[in-house]
Structures are given as structure tokens and as C-alpha cells.
Ligand binder design. Sequence first.
Ligand SMILES: [Zn+2]
Ligand SMILES: [Zn+2]
Length: 163
Amino acid sequence: MTRELSAEDNALLRRHGLQVTAQRKAVLRAVAARPHGTTDEICQVVRGEMGAISRQAVYDALAAFTDRGLIRRIQPGGAPARYERRVGDNHHHVICRTCDRMMDVDCAVGYAPCLTAGDSSGYDIDEAEVIYWGRCPGCIEAAQRHEDQGSGHRTDPTKRGET
Ligand SMILES: [Zn+2]
Ligand SMILES: [Zn+2]
């Protein structure tokens, strides 16, 4: 199975006009293994697999893949860019403000209502990038546990005021 995947990646790189190198293949695999990973996280995965590789080399490979549409870059406001191999389906993302965990949010299959802008100003729109911000179930639970303990230490500025 690994060999088949490897052959697929080789074909994918060639189809997009990229020379097949061990580093590029490792970066491509790392993005698949770590969906929504940051450059640093992808570096870690690649280093774990093939040893030393410069951050610049990883960054260059990610940029080349993004330019050619092999991977998608998600750029949340004020946060580091993240990368994923799930491309071309106009799915969206939800991010936890507390722990930065990012998850996919699907659009309806075969129909993307979010592409219908109220007023497109004459643009031919082909993609909508939506990021929902909030708190993940784990962090909501942790915050509730924290409140139950009645600690006066406030770490969450969005905490509701007492009624
Ligand atoms: Zn969280
Ligand atoms: Zn995604």
C-alpha cells in the first residue's frame, strides 16, 4: 500500500511539473499525515521521517505545492498558515480560540451555497474561504470544570459575567 501511495505521489508531482525528490515526497506525505499542520509541525513530521531538512526547504516545497493546487493553504487571521491535502471541495474550517485545534466543516455535497454572494460586484467567484472561530468541546469542558472548582483565576476573557 505504501508503494502504491508513493507511486501516486510521484505521478502527482510530475503531472504538476515538479521534479520528484525525496524531500518533496516527504513533505507531501507529512501534509497528508498532519492535516491542517503549520510549517513547524510539518517540519517535525518530515524530520522524524528523513532526518535533517531545513525549514526553508520545507517552506519552499509547501509554497510550490500550494501554487500548483496540490495542497491548500489556510491562513487564519493573526495565526500561522496551515496546510492540507484536501483540495478543491470548498470545505470550511472551525478553529478553537483556546487550543487552536482546527477541524473541517463540510459544505453541502455538489452544491456550495456559500459561493452565492449577496453582491459579487461583477466578480466571477470560484471559492469562498470561511473560518468559524469558537471553542472546541474539550476546551468548553475544561472551562466548565475550572468554573466548578470556583477558582478566582480568570484566563478566559470571554467568560460570561455573573447574573
Ligand atoms: Zn480547544
Ligand atoms: Zn480542511
